[in-house]
Write a protein that binds this ligand. Structure first.
Ligand code: GLN
Length: 310
């Protein structure tokens, strides 16, 4: 049994250990992300009984980006069912960058994972919606339900992404050609862009993770967000591709399902116990936050959370 004092101490220690680390660089291919203060650094752990423990800039909002893929995948699994989702999206690592076209070419156009851009757009397209606004409403609502507060799109950021997302648009058309796009491809790409442009705090992200750790029930609001049976599928997808080409290294060293975003956020889930989130904009070459990885690794080790520990 891990005590509140141990969690609080681990969070504070991880923040102190890594606050001076200046390695990595902000994502610059989305202009608005290049402008975020690289010194920001927040850490938070949230338990399955709804307690949160934070340090640093944990209340500062940042762009959810690819972490949105987790919640849209959860919604698509709920709506399509786990078997259909598995067949239409996949659950294998791509072994390539998050926006790789080569990965599609190598796998007969199957995206393989909802945690890369291609599979995320497929997942977005799988949501049963009447139009683009309804699709956007549903993906933002599931994010809000996971966080336990209303999450909103940052219009300026969305505009910055929309003005530069040609590569993602190309992927959406390739998915249509290959038979892995289930709505209008530009609608799926637009809604995917919007779901990436929502703003969360590190505390929000920890609560979102704690909802998964807690079997799909938000531990702060008490609301069931997804079925318990679907949580394991979402966590498996995170394990396989949550940190892109570093996913295997992460499993080897930390042993927890996790997901990163190019906004600098990262969260990891210790099922039945808690979630750890961290935010710091500078990224490594794989597109994962340098300090967020370091902080979460340290906390997971200190609290003995690795799933493969015996
Ligand atoms: N919106 C970003 C993109 O589509 C998200 C990528 C990420 O966070 N890895 O490129």
């Amino acid at each position: 049994m891990i005590t509140s004092e141990q969690i609080a101490e681990a969070v504070a220690a991880a923040y102190d250990s890594h606050k001076a680390n200046r390695n990595g660089k902000n994502a610059s291919y989305i202009p608005a992300l290049a402008e975020v203060d690289p010194k920001l650094f927040g850490v938070c752990a949230a338990t399955v009984d709804g307690q949160t423990f934070s340090a640093g800039d944990a209340d500062c909002e940042f762009a959810l980006e690819s972490i949105s893929k987790v919640f849209t995948a959860a919604l698509a699994v709920e709506q399509a069912g786990p078997e259909v989702f598995h067949r239409k999206v996949g659950a294998d690592p791509t072994g390539a960058e998050f926006n790789s076209v080569l990965a599609l070419e190598l796998h007969n156009d199957k995206p393989n994972s909802p945690m890369v851009n291609a599979g995320a757009m497929t997942a977005t397209s799988l949501i049963s919606a009447t139009d683009a606004m309804d699709r956007e409403r549903q993906v933002v609502k599931i994010q809000s339900d996971f966080a336990g507060r209303p999450i909103t799109v940052n219009e300026q950021l969305a505009e910055s992404e929309r003005a530069t997302n040609f590569h993602n648009r190309a992927i959406a058309w390739l998915l249509l050609c290959g038979g892995y796009m289930y709505s209008d491809p530009m609608e799926a790409c637009d809604v995917y862009t919007l779901q990436c442009s929502t703003m969360v705090t590190t505390v929000d992200l920890a609560v979102m993770g704690a909802t998964l750790a807690n079997g799909g029930v938000n531990p702060v609001t008490g609301k069931r967000v997804i079925a318990k049976a679907n949580v394991s599928h979402v966590l498996a997808e995170m394990t396989m591709e949550g940190l892109y080409t570093s996913s295997g290294d992460w499993a080897y060293t930390v042993g927890l399902p996790a997901k990163s975003g190019v906004g600098g956020g990262l969260f990891a889930v210790a099922p039945g116990k808690l979630a750890i989130a961290a935010f710091s904009p500078p990224l490594d070459k794989a597109g994962n936050s340098v300090r967020a990885q370091a902080a979460i690794t340290q906390i997971a080790h200190q609290l003995g959370l690795g799933l493969y520990d015996t």
